[in-house]
Design a protein around this ligand. Sequence first.
Ligand code: PMP
Length: 360
Amino acid sequence: MRKHNFTAGPAALPVEVLEEARDELLNFQNSGASVMEISHRSARFEAVLNHAEETLRELLSISKDYAVLFVQGGASLQFSVLAMNLSSGRSADYIITGLWSEKAFLAAQKIGGKARVAADSKKNNFTALPLQEDIRLDPHAAYLHLCTNETVHGVEIAPERIASVPMPIVADMSSHILSRAVDVSKFGMIYAGAQKNIGPSGLTLIIIQRDLLGLAELSVPALLDYAQLFENRSMINTPPTFSIYIAGLVLEWLKKKGLDVMEEENRQKAQKLYSTIDESGGFYLNRVEKSCRSKMNVPFFLRDETLNDLFLKESLEADLLGLKGHQSVGGFRASLYNAVSVQSVEVLCDFMQDFSRRHG
Ligand code: PMP
């Protein structure tokens, strides 16, 4: 039996996708072999890659001015690699809104040491976004880096809140890409680890303005050079074929559903859970300012932390997976990615209400 999965990532995948992958696991498209067992240079796999890219382009209305790259090493490797590709010896601005944007900044600082903090919300313990007037941009910065959804702190920058700035915006969208429509043309580069809304781990997606290709210094290894990856269709070496295949199935699933329908479901799920927390009379707490609460990752705490172990034990008994909070902040967290159904969130909210009635 499949349980209600609120894990932060690798996370729940649509059951229809898992069933389809199961059905063709041993014999992919009558090839007599699994998709994992065929050459990445075969016409069959090329079609898989093209289909994944085309479906992504359609879902996010990505224009031909942007390249789509499929790479490995996770979003974390991109923290360094994007600095190697985009800095061109100049400094870069970072807005720090939580654990992941801080990691991106620290990694970029090691690459030439010219990353600079344009604003941070550390003094608020990352429970609010920096105010517009507190952001000090360097107009000569090579790019501005944002993490538009902080998976650990549960803070989201809604795409419509992003103002236009003189430099390209580079956004880590790992934990909310494809949860809603986004105007890609606002960004110089978007990147995301696949293991939340796209597919299995082992794959990282990059959407980059083609004008920004070719800026990497000669010393940057081919496998990390966006221009060379683009020229070689993300296949300088063997790509993670199975992850790309599953990503293609997930993207197709999302296309059938409709990104607008997905966005509305995600809004409903978040609204249900935040209401349960806010209407618990303080039994549950989420400290993030309402205007920037994440619709994908909802961290929460019990007022009485001595109940933590019991809450976790009972949640597991109720078939609710993955609610333990990130080690750096403690408490609990429910991740409400695309493959988590409204019904699963209702089960979670009912469980939380029942638990607070019994222990409040
Ligand atoms: N950025 C964000 C926003 C994340 O949530 C994560 C992983 N949870 C990462 C980067 C790092 O991703 P990876 O493990 O793929 O390197």
